[in-house]
Design a binder for this molecule. Structure first.
Ligand code: SF4
Length: 414
């Protein structure tokens, strides 16, 4: 099991801050990429920094060693389709990749090929080392409701370079798990505008099918979207953005701290008990670093949150999850606007089949006989904690959060 997949290959040149996109070619400013709304208010929100200012430098991104920051993801292969290259945002992403010394393939057709392998483990390994810059298809611009997390899904990308053994993306996305980032960001934000209810806040979740912060140094899409939601001249008043990440380290959140977010983006750190994170979250950032970065976002005025997922009752789970809550309480400022989302581990027959193919040596428990079967309205089945376990774990978390994070508002349990 590779455990440091965010690290460059040993013989790959280290990203060079002097060769950064900003040193070579100007990237579009927010004004160029996303025009003002026709009914934009006169009051002008603080202007977003040029996106060139939002990309981590090598120094800021840190390196492996004593601070244990993960290195920036460096794909082995980058492909841009013709449609994506026609988009200003697509060209900006190509500029970022090339400035980091990455070759960018430019096929003639809007297809990314060469991803299939005879060995499923080789296929997932190679796909997760591939970045495809593509346009979001039209279906992605009709936004799906996604209760209880948010009103709608707003995908900036799909796929993730990390290797969590329980990842639900394993059966949510068809084909090899290549990381796709969307170049038609303007159309995506237009879709958000079209879905905002006129009389109520409307929330959009951007981490359903990806970990957006893991890709941010290559895309810039998250910073642009945060700035767009924070700009009253562009985003409708009720629009709210949400995303969660296993990469909210101080280095990776640094470019987001000064963005004009206007409190309209809630950032959550996806966290877990130490044995679960250590054994099953390969290629992610250490939980202590995720909490440290989340604290900096809270200090910068962002509403923040903890996504505790998947809650996995490993041996001595109370002790381990208590340690996690204690670490969060000591890291976060007491006045933080904090929410907590609680998601227990579950799997489907399809996700188990895929994940066991990808990670055959994983010790993650996926025993149907030890679980309760739950059918959803379309007839599919998933395996969740048994009722007695579910009740015990829920009661424990309710009590423990009230004691350790009294300012934390629990949004849902599932
Ligand atoms: Fe999946 Fe999230 Fe892990 Fe990425 S970080 S592999 S999206 S669970």
């Amino acid at each position: 099991m590779p455990s440091t997949l965010l690290a460059p290959a040993p013989d790959a040149p280290a990203p060079d801050a002097t060769a950064h996109p900003s040193a070579r070619s100007p990237l579009p400013l927010l004004d160029d990429a996303f025009p003002l709304r026709a009914d934009a208010p006169d009051a002008v929100a603080p202007r977003a920094a040029a996106l060139t200012d939002t990309i981590p430098t090598t120094a800021a991104a840190g390196a492996r060693g004593s601070d244990r920051e993960p290195r920036l993801w460096r794909p082995d292969r980058v492909v841009v389709t013709p449609d994506a290259l026609a988009e200003p945002w697509g060209r900006a992403m190509v500029a970022r990749a090339e400035a980091l010394g990455l070759d960018v393939e430019r096929p003639r057709a809007n297809r990314v090929t060469g991803l299939r392998r005879a060995d499923p483990r080789a296929e997932v390994r190679d796909a997760k080392r591939t970045l495809a810059i593509v346009n979001a298809p039209p279906g992605r611009l009709r936004l799906d409701p996604i209760p209880p997390s948010a009103d709608f899904r707003l995908d900036l990308a799909e796929g993730c370079p990390a290797h969590c053994h329980y990842c639900y993306l394993a059966c949510s996305l068809p084909g090899p798990p290549v990381v796709r980032t969307f170049a038609n960001l303007g159309a995506i934000l237009d879709a958000a505008t079209a879905h905002v209810r006129p009389d109520a806040e409307t929330s959009f979740e951007s981490s359903c099918y990806t970990d957006p912060l893991a890709l941010e140094h290559l895309t810039g899409s998250l910073a642009a979207t945060i700035a767009w939601f924070g700009d009253a001249r562009r985003a409708p008043a009720g629009a709210r953005l949400r995303w969660t990440s296993k990469f909210t380290t101080p280095a990776l959140v640094a470019p987001l701290l000064d963005l004009p977010h206007a409190g309209r983006t809630r950032v959550r750190a996806s966290v877990n008990a130490e044995p679960v994170a250590r054994r099953f979250e390969a290629g992610t950032a250490p939980v202590t670093r995720r909490l440290a970065g989340l604290a900096q976002l809270a200090e910068a005025g962002y509403p923040v949150g903890l996504t505790i997922a998947p809650i996995t009752p490993v041996p001595d789970w109370e002790t381990h999850y208590a340690a996690l809550l204690d670490a969060a309480a000591s890291a976060l400022p007491p006045a933080a606007d904090l929410t907590v989302e609680l998601i227990t581990h579950r799997f489907t027959p399809g996700s188990k089949r895929v994940l066991c193919g990808w990670y055959p040596n994983s010790a993650l428990e996926m025993d149907e006989a030890a679980r309760a079967e739950k059918r959803h309205k379309h007839g599919g089945v998933k395996y969740v904690l048994r009722a007695e376990s579910m009740r015990a774990v829920r009661a424990w978390f309710t009590r423990a959060i009230a004691e350790r994070l009294p300012g934390g508002r629990v949004l849902y349990w599932t």
